[in-house]
Design a protein around this ligand. Structure first.
Ligand code: 3HC
Length: 311
């Protein structure tokens, strides 16, 4: 049974009002937002690593400049989201400690290796495509700072997706070896992209509450279905075969029927046992250690400035 304060809060959420940092909120609402927003931020920061791997090997200067801009955008997305999470009372250092200790998750998709240049196209097209599918509804999230961060992020994501699709368009029109490279990338990235949307609805522990609080507008399976329906025609346009023998248009439902992702693989990856989890976490811990002198310098400078101005 809800107490009067919680009932009033739920009525505000149901009326589509935005909840702002200084307003009353149930402890569970605060906690699940800290969980989701900080892990979203971690995803952006860790997500720079697979793509960063190809900045020095981009095939042209133009592609290098575009990839640099995208990776830089991801860093910015991470910063907006860490700031949104801080409004809920968790510090940046605490969030980093949770990532480095393995307590916090980041999107499963970034635990797969980027083996060829076509992977960079597949990431833009599929991973950023899935991220857009998941982030557009988050612009309507009941928590103000998160919803507003999403507006800016969604604008930049559409550039990310388009540049990825453009890479693949060029390659499928290239040599047979280039087209085979694109098909290979689709074969390796298709299922992990479907897993980005989370476990199936019946295995989703947070969905019911997150939907009641209008944090989550659509269920995991709903968004996964939308992603498949939108992406399969794009794969066909590229002349590619989607690696799912069960994929079939279902006229009655007005969408594709498709196979089950390998949930054992999914839960393995988010438990830390994916192909690149150790490498990704070590890279982040190394960056944290390498940056210690810089953080200390900034802090010392800020303290001296505060003394000088007696702030
Ligand atoms: N990777 C890692 N963990 C995942 C996951 C995934 N793809 N999908 C689900 N999980 C975790 C959840 O975090 C939860 O674990 P936790 O309790 O320890 O946090 C557990 O699996 C159960 O899943 P639920 O469906 O119950 O959890 P949610 O209600 O939180 O739904 C979600 C999962 C849809 C990913 C939701 O958290 C969400 O929308 N997050 C914000 C958006 C986001 O993170 N998008 C992907 C990031 S990729 C990106 O943005 C970078 C792009 O710019 C390239």
């Amino acid at each position: 049974e809800m107490d009067p304060q919680e009932r009033a809060f739920q009525e505000r959420v149901d009326a589509g009002q935005k909840i702002e940092p200084k307003e009353w909120m149930p402890e569970g609402y605060r906690k699940t937002l800290i969980r989701q927003i900080s892990q979203h931020a971690h995803s952006e920061i860790v997500g720079q690593l697979p793509e960063g791997n190809w900045i020095t090997r981009a095939p042209t200067l133009e592609r290098k400049a575009i990839l640099l801009a995208k990776v830089q955008d991801e860093a910015g997305h991470g910063l907006y989201l860490y700031c949104a999470a801080e409004t809920l009372g968790i510090s940046r250092d605490e969030m980093y400690e949770q990532l480095h200790s393995g307590k916090a998750k980041y999107s499963s998709i970034f635990n797969y290796p980027t083996l060829t240049w076509a992977d960079i196209g597949a990431i833009g097209w599929l991973v950023d495509g899935a991220a857009i599918m998941n982030q557009v509804p988050l612009q309507r999230c009941s928590y103000g700072p998160y919803a507003r961060a999403m507006v800016r992020i969604c604008k930049e994501e559409s550039f990310h997706q388009r540049q990825g699709f453009d890479i693949l368009m060029k390659m499928v029109k290239g040599t047979l070896a280039q087209k085979a490279m694109v098909q290979d990338a689709l074969n390796r990235w298709w299922w992990p992209s479907l897993m980005m949307f989370g476990p199936s609805d019946d295995a989703s522990v947070h969905s019911a509450q997150s939907m009641a609080w209008k944090i989550k507008q659509n269920s995991n399976d709903e968004l996964r279905q939308k992603f498949v329906d939108q992406t399969v025609p794009q794969a066909e346009y590229l002349g590619l075969t989607v690696p799912d023998p069960d994929l079939k248009w279902n006229e009655t439902k007005g969408g594709y029927d498709f196979g089950e992702p390998d949930w054992e693989e999914f839960f393995n990856v988010i438990a830390g046992n994916g192909p690149c989890n150790a490498e990704r976490l070590n890279a982040r811990k190394q960056a944290w250690d390498d940056g210690a002198w810089f953080r200390d310098g900034l802090t010392a400078h800020a303290e001296k400035a505060a003394e000088r101005h007696g702030a």
